[in-house]
Ligand binder design. Structure first.
Ligand SMILES: [Fe+2]
Length: 301
């Protein structure tokens, strides 16, 4: 069925518009906050960006790319998650969601027309820690603005990896009457409620006339990889153990070996893989924040 003439805006503008706006951190040395705490997302980005497994295209982190427009103007985009507030806003599901989509990270198939689009990002919880195994179920219109409601073309789900990251390969969705350009997605941390929302493209004329459009759900989009490259990070309203704090209570293992879950203080010394390191900033160690991977937190002794 071709639904190019239909409008999934519905009658309920369910966008949550009371969440604050802010700018995502960049991947660099964690910035001390006025209260002495460290923006956890900044620390996390430092850890993620310092890890070789990050694709070159993402070095610097998706948030860095999203912070500024092409004109260098700061814009209020997806909310930060550095203090356990402001989760990604919800939006209506629309009429075209179908359950039981295939598990796949690429929605491309032979003969599918359209401009190639890669979408990458992370799923965080309220404490800005990555959510492993979070479900992301995407669905979208084809390049002509039509949804496939009989099959599963341009529908697919996947799960975040141990770093909370995801990557989708698809095409730029087409326009259909009543809506600006968008991608639908459901995101769910294991055992938690489903977040249903939509992602938007910058510099779309219809963004100004679509009542569902929400700037906090704008992706960063740029040319690359033979098409378009987009980035977006989700913040789910799921509780997590706090990360870095001003008064860590844990103590390093007595043998000095680095261990995830330990609250380290500046000046603490550990060994990791036979090498010594000095802690540069108080934090609670997380998997993926091993000293060689996080120069913002550890200096080789
Ligand atoms: Fe739609």
């Amino acid at each position: 069925m071709d639904n190019a003439g239909m409008n999934d805006a519905g009658t309920d503008d369910a966008g949550v518009r009371d969440a604050g706006m802010g700018h995502a951190g960049t991947a660099g040395t964690p910035e001390p906050r006025p209260n002495g705490r460290v923006a956890r997302k900044t620390v996390l980005r430092a850890a993620l960006a310092a890890t070789a497994a990050i694709p070159v295209a993402l070095a610097g982190g998706p948030a860095l790319a999203r912070t500024l427009t092409t004109t260098g103007t700061a814009v209020p985009l997806t909310p930060p998650c550095d203090d356990g507030d402001h989760p990604t806003p919800e939006q209506i599901e629309g009429p075209y969601f179908k359950p039981d989509s295939p598990q796949r990270t690429s929605l491309l198939e032979p003969g599918l027309p359209g401009t190639r689009l890669t979408l990458t990002g992370y799923v965080f919880g309220r404490a800005c820690l990555p959510v492993t195994g979070a479900l992301l179920d995407f669905w979208q219109a084809d390049t002509n603005g039509a949804y496939d409601n009989t099959g599963f073309r341009l529908r697919g789900h996947q799960y975040t990896d141990s770093r909370g990251s995801f990557a989708l390969t698809t095409i730029v969705p087409g326009l259909y009457p009543g809506r600006t350009r968008h991608i639908h997605v459901k995101v769910q941390a294991p055992g938690r409620p489903v977040l249903t929302t939509q992602l938007y493209f910058p510099n779309e004329p219809r963004n100004n006339t679509d009542s569902l459009y929400d700037a906090r759900l704008l992706m960063t989009v740029r040319d690359g990889n033979g098409g378009r490259e987009a980035a977006f990070d989700f913040v789910l309203d799921v509780p997590q153990e706090p990360g870095p704090g001003p008064t860590p209570t844990g103590t390093p293992p007595s043998d000095g070996t680095w261990a995830a879950g330990t609250a380290y203080r500046a000046g603490d010394r550990v060994t990791y893989a036979g090498r010594g390191y000095v802690c540069l900033q108080a934090h609670t160690a997380q998997p993926g924040w091993e000293p060689p991977s996080v120069p913002a937190l550890w200096r080789a002794a």
